[in-house]
Design a protein around this ligand. Sequence first.
Ligand SMILES: *[C@@H]1O[C@H](CO)[C@@H](O)[C@H](O)[C@H]1NC(C)=O
Length: 444
Amino acid sequence: MVSSDPSNHNVSTMAKSSTQFQRNKPFLFLSDGCLFLGGAFSALLIVWGFSSFTTPIPTDNPNFGSVTTKITDAPATSSSGPDLRFDPPDRTFYDDPEMGYTMEKKVRNWDKKREEWLKHHPSFAAGAKERIMMVTGSQPKPCKNPIGDHLLLRFFKNKVDYCRLHGYDIYYNNALLHPKMFAYWAKYPVVKAAMLAHPEAEWIYWVDSDALFTDMEFKLPLERYKDHNLVVHGWPHLIHEKRSWTGLNAGVFLIRNCQWSLDFMEVWASMGPQTPNYEKWGQTLRSTFKDKFFPESDDQTGLAYLIAIEKDKWADQIYLESEYLFEGYWEEIVTTFENVSKRYDEMEREASGLRRRHAEKVSERYGELREEFVRDAGRFKRPFITHFTGCQPCSGDHNHMYSADACWNGMLRALNFADNQVLRPYGFIHSDLGDNGVTPIPSH
Ligand SMILES: *[C@@H]1O[C@H](CO)[C@@H](O)[C@H](O)[C@H]1NC(C)=O
């Protein structure tokens, strides 16, 4: 499954201006309730925005005296975070005997139900609008590839690292929730169940097991998606004009926890192997997207179909992201790691505040500072997500377009490239991306 648009081969397109965002008509097409905390969220963003401009950049000689003064002056923290022990007896959707988690059970009025739940759990209301829950998973059985389980562990470690750095929850599923929804269809019952299990989360962030974060600092620009319910990497012209099944990639997506998404997933999943129309959908998808080379109906082409053919119904709520590597194709990325690392080293020598040692918990602050310097770095910017499409780390049945070595070396280097960003606050580094060994970081 090669998912690369020729126009994106040059990674420098990431740095192009953001004029494309203006195509989104603000405040239109909102389904009721899907964005019910919108006001509070924008207010929060404004406050956050200001505070990030007014905090001075730390210099080489932090004044520890004034830091202590600031700590004692700081207002006592007003919230102690979500209360994990509080679940009042008030009736919520969980108490409704009709409520079910499976794909077959229709959920209605979900936005209202979520809102009610949050009302009864006020400690979760703060920050609800930007709360992200990452969901990923793999098959119930051991991998056929002898090092498959090791690879999956490292891919998962990378996601855990990313979530810890940004305060996200993560759920790893390895149970087949619907016996007939196998392969790429298996994620939809999981995403649906995660929505119902996590009414406190605004977004479910699905990331395939063979995708990893290669920029641990980059944060999803949620503000950009405020009028949309589903975000995937894609290019409108490839879907609408070229009718290419690789005009988007369904391996990574951000989906809002709302009724629209449940309805959409129901329609989307109705093309899957659990339905009597599976074969017919395979034919329809193949005749619509001529470059699709295998006969089975798949979720990626299904999504492209809904965007292209049922455009009026769904497309306005779906954000096709191509300004940065929301999901990037590994073969184009893995050769750039050394040069990107070099560029970041140079930048840090110029801006010494970035090299200051710090606790891992406050890493986001340094990511924010660095963003100023890397925004226009073009192809020298760390790619956000590298997806090993076609490498099949678990089964080992990689696409014959690639050699096993290319896949394996690429994964090893990507995993170590990402891990270097994680290891740094712990004082270590993989000095050779092709080697799992580490050395202590020299103190300046
Ligand atoms: C890395 O940088 C060197 C020197 O600037 C350049 O010759 C080389 O082509 C770059 N490699 C890649 C993969 O971009």
